[in-house]
Write a protein that binds this ligand. Structure first.
Ligand SMILES: Cc1ncc(C[n+]2csc(CCOP(=O)(O)OP(=O)(O)O)c2C)c(N)n1
Length: 325
């Protein structure tokens, strides 16, 4: 039986989830309104996973993310204003406005980046974990990825490599049941993600990914194990994305009753109920949420008025893969 967590630390988790939801609510709306370009994948409904895991990391620890990456970066401490500028493609964006939504990164915070290639962020995490081990550092590396990534080849290489070399990496599978418009279960053989990890000798557990306290407690156990014994661990977090696969997808391939069932276990509402049962006033919780919305509104105003990068910077800070002769 776990101990009851301190109210103040759950309040902090609640604040982070409110910030992520406010950020992605705006990001999706702005994309649909044509105010920003490119793909935007909202994290709404899944906030408890990034929040609960990153609450157990130090600044020096690394994370790698995937295309649904805003929540991971915010939970690891990225500045919402610099992130919003990145989405808007402006000067002051975390990657100078050149990466956009799917390439948010901030190396100073250990954020190795979001990534548009399914499962490739996982191999980046394992590479970083190997470097950590070779340098004798104490850092933990967390790889966030979706259930769809479990069916890609690089995922198997990553699990194998991490296990063979005893690397300090926590694999976090965010199982929202879908891979784009496909129900992942309909294209996946065998008994699931945890069993696949176990086949590589990697221990782990399944956790209710809509329960931020449960995620945080599970992450605490696994991060400690990874840090102290330099061996990989696997966290399989069950959850659901409320919106379509990306901002321009209405998600009509899903049964509305399924969406409703998952919205009834909203991680933010559940945390608010927990906090109010511990004596935190509902009005105070609403104020926290309003503060997150206002913070995002300020970030949007700054992003909308920031200058565009000068065209002379187009080829700086980007990988030179050569040009056709
Ligand atoms: C290698 C590769 N194959 C296909 C795609 C197209 N694609 C983008 S997201 C996605 C589904 C990913 O599902 P999952 O990993 O479960 O993440 P989710 O979007 O559900 O959060 C696919 C197939 C891609 N980006 N990269």
């Amino acid at each position: 039986m776990n101990e009851i967590p301190p109210t103040e630390s759950v309040l902090s988790l609640y604040r982070t989830m409110c910030l992520i939801r406010a950020f992605d609510t705006h990001a999706g709306d702005a994309r649909r309104a044509g105010k920003l370009r490119g793909s935007v994948h909202e994290y709404i409904g899944q906030e408890a996973i990034a929040t609960g895991v990153c609450a157990n990391l130090d600044r020096a620890d690394y994370i790698s993310s995937y295309h649904r990456g805003h929540g991971h970066c915010l939970a690891k401490g990225a500045d919402p204003e610099a992130m919003m500028k990145e989405l808007y493609g402006r000067v002051g964006g975390v990657c100078g406005g050149k990466g956009g939504s799917m390439h948010v990164a901030d190396f100073s915070l250990g954020i190795l980046g979001a990534n548009g290639v399914v499962a490739d962020g996982v191999t980046i995490a394992v590479g970083a974990a190997h470097a950590v081990k070779m340098k004798g550092e104490q850092r933990v590396v967390v790889a966030f990825f979706g259930d769809g990534a479990m069916n890609r080849g690089p995922m198997l290489e990553a699990l194998n490599w991490a296990s063979v070399f005893g690397l300090p990496v926590l694999f976090v599978c965010e199982d929202n049941l879908y891979s784009d418009r496909t129900r992942t279960g309909s294209v996946s053989a065998g008994p699931g993600p945890l069993a696949r990890a176990a086949a590589f000798g990697i221990a782990g557990e399944t956790v209710d990914g809509n329960d931020v306290i449960a995620v945080s407690e599970a992450a605490a156990r696994h991060v400690r194990e990874v840090r102290e014994h330099s061996r990989p661990r696997f966290l399989h977090a069950t959850t659901y994305r409320w919106r379509g696969h990306l901002a321009l997808d209405k998600g009509l391939y899903r049964d509305p009753r399924e969406v409703e069932r998952w919205q009834a276990v909203d991680p933010i509402v559940r945390t608010a109920s927990w906090l109010s049962s511990r004596g935190v006033e509902r009005t105070g919780l609403s104020r926290e949420n309003d503060a997150a919305i206002e913070r995002v509104a300020r970030a949007v105003a700054a992003a909308e008025t920031a200058p565009w990068p000068d065209h002379t910077t187009l080829y700086t800070d980007v990988q030179d893969v050569g040009a056709p002769s």
